[in-house]
Design a protein around this ligand. Structure first.
Ligand SMILES: Cc1cc2nc3c(=O)[nH]c(=O)nc-3n(C[C@H](O)[C@H](O)[C@H](O)COP(=O)(O)O)c2cc1C
Length: 169
C-alpha cells in the first residue's frame, strides 16, 4: 500500500507535522503545489495537512479535486484542542464521516507578511469590541499579534495509528 503526505504550510508548522508523520510512516512528504493529479492517482492513501484560516483548512478543496483514493486530513491551528475547536472545523469544512485529525500548533506572527499582520490586528480590534465573546473570541483576543509554539510530535500519534490500522503503510 502506497502512502504520501501532502501539505500546505505558510509559516512552517504544517510542514513540521507533515515531516513527523512521514518519518513515522516511512513515506515521503511533499508540498501541495508540487504534486500533480497523476501523481496523486498512484497512491492508495493520501494524508493531507493544511493550516487553518478562519476555521477553513487551507488547500483541502484542491486536494479533494484531485480525487485521492483514500484521503486522511489533518489540520493545524493556534487554538487549543477541544470539542469546540473540532466542531467548528468539522462544520466549516464539511468533514462529516471523513477521517480527520486536529494538531495544535501555534502562531508565528513574525513570519507573516505585512498585509496578513495588519488584517490580524484589525481582527483583534473587532474581537475586542464584541460584547458577547465566545471562548474562542477570548483566546484569539489574547494571542493575535503574538508568536508561540505549542506543537508536539505526540499530536501525530492518533493519525499515525489510524493509518497503520487501515493497513496503509
Ligand atoms: C490569517 C490567519 C487566520 C488564522 N485563523 C485561525 C483559526 O481560525 N483558528 C486557529 O486555530 N488558528 C488560526 N490561525 C493560526 C494558524 O492556523 C496556525 O498558525 C497554523 O499552524 C499555521 O500553519 P503553518 O505554519 O503551516 O502555515 C490563523 C492564522 C492566520 C495567519
Amino acid at each position: 500500500m502506497k502512502t504520501i503526505v501532502v501539505y500546505q504550510s505558510s509559516t512552517g508548522f504544517t510542514k513540521q507535522y507533515a515531516e513527523w508523520i512521514a518519518t513515522e510512516l516511512g513515506c515521503k512528504a511533499k508540498e501541495l503545489k508540487k504534486v500533480s493529479e497523476t501523481e496523486i492517482a498512484s497512491y492508495d492513501c493520501v494524508i493531507y495537512g493544511g493550516w487553518i484560516m478562519g476555521n477553513t483548512i487551507v488547500g483541502r478543496d484542491k486536494i479533494k479535486k484531485m480525487n485521492p483514493k483514500q484521503l486522511v486530513t489533518f489540520a493545524t491551528g493556534a487554538s487549543p484542542d477541544g470539542e469546540n475547536t473540532r466542531k467548528a472545523i468539522e462544520t466549516q469544512n464539511n468533514l462529516g464521516e471523513e477521517p480527520w485529525f486536529y494538531m495544535e500548533s501555534g502562531f508565528r506572527f513574525d513570519k507573516l507578511n505585512l498585509f496578513v499582520r495588519m488584517m490580524l490586528k484589525a481582527m483583534k480590534k473587532s474581537v475586542a469590541k464584541k460584547k458577547e465573546k465566545t471562548e474562542q473570541d477570548r483566546y484569539m483576543e489574547k494571542v493575535l499579534g503574538t508568536s508561540f509554539d505549542h506543537s508536539n510530535p505526540n499530536y501525530c500519534t492518533s493519525l499515525v495509528s489510524y493509518v497503520r490500522a487501515m493497513g496503509y503503510n
